[in-house]
Design a protein around this ligand. Structure first.
Ligand code: XBP
Ligand code: MG
Length: 243
């Protein structure tokens, strides 16, 4: 893929990875952790795949539980709900990180190779995710033996950016920490919320559809791929220059 290089555009300096659905297909493990937590808390809530796909339109586990309660169990929304949701989210995160660290959630096709290519080319790597920090570390521990976080100049999670995608806060924070203009970066995302957040921060974005986002609206993305297995660093450079 050789696109004419628009020399007026800054060269590619950084790739910013989303986590859930982009680095790895993690949402089934999230969904199972949510359901186990609901059972432990004595709730009859059970999120099947079809329902979870709809609920994923809401970024953030705590926000997702509130959105579900408002539509399906409104009597629970009262003074103590946020405290209960926070307690459930802590338990869910513990169940999720244990499941991820036990193995079985690999990087998606092409992710490890692209990270290696980017590092070899001297590009800066970053993470911009809605998920909790512990979840990101658990994934890197399981897949890279703990070496992964050291590859990234910045890992921005829900704790550092509480306004969740499609709000651009997490991407704005990454740009601020990298000290780079948005146009010299490319974001890799799997969801409509992620595309909208990256674009709102002015960052070009490439999509790899995930099991829960296939066929969604990715308006604003430079390209949409089933995964990264056939996407090289040169493809990303060419796309970012051809805009
Ligand atoms: C996807 C999300 C997260 C996860 C659940 O994040 O929206 O909320 O579904 O993780 P990403 P938490 O930006 O990486 O695609 O329960 O920790 O929120
Ligand atoms: Mg995602």
């Amino acid at each position: 893929m050789q696109a004419a290089q628009d020399r007026s555009r800054p060269p590619l300096r950084a790739i910013i990875f989303d986590v859930d659905g982009t680095l790895a297909e993690t949402e089934e493990t999230h969904r199972e952790a949510f359901n186990r937590t609901f059972a432990e808390f004595g709730l009859s809530w059970n999120w099947d795949r079809a329902l979870y796909r709809r609920l994923l339109k809401v970024s953030g586990g705590k926000e997702r539980m509130r959105a579900y309660a408002e539509q399906a169990d409104p009597d629970r929304i009262g003074d103590g709900f946020d405290a209960m949701a926070a307690a459930m989210h802590r338990r869910k995160t513990a169940l999720y990180t244990a499941a991820v660290e036990s193995g079985g959630v690999p990087f998606r096709p092409g992710v490890a190779r692209l990270i290696e290519q980017a590092r070899a080319a001297g590009l800066t790597l970053a993470v911009a995710t809605t998920t909790s920090e512990a979840n990101v570390i658990a994934l890197f521990n399981a897949v890279t033996g703990g070496e992964g976080p050291g590859w990234f100049a910045c890992i921005a999670c829900a704790e550092q950016a509480p306004r969740k995608k499609p709000d651009p806060q997490v991407y704005d924070l990454v740009l601020e920490r990298l000290g780079m203009p948005a146009e010299s970066c490319v974001a890799l995302e799997d969801s409509t919320n992620g595309v909208r957040a990256a674009r709102a921060a002015g960052i070009p974005v490439i999509v790899t559809e995930s099991i829960y986002t296939q066929g969604d609206d990715f308006t604003g993305a430079l390209a949409v791929h089933p995964d990264l297995s056939s996407v090289t660093l040169e493809d990303i450079r060419a796309l970012s220059w051809a805009r």
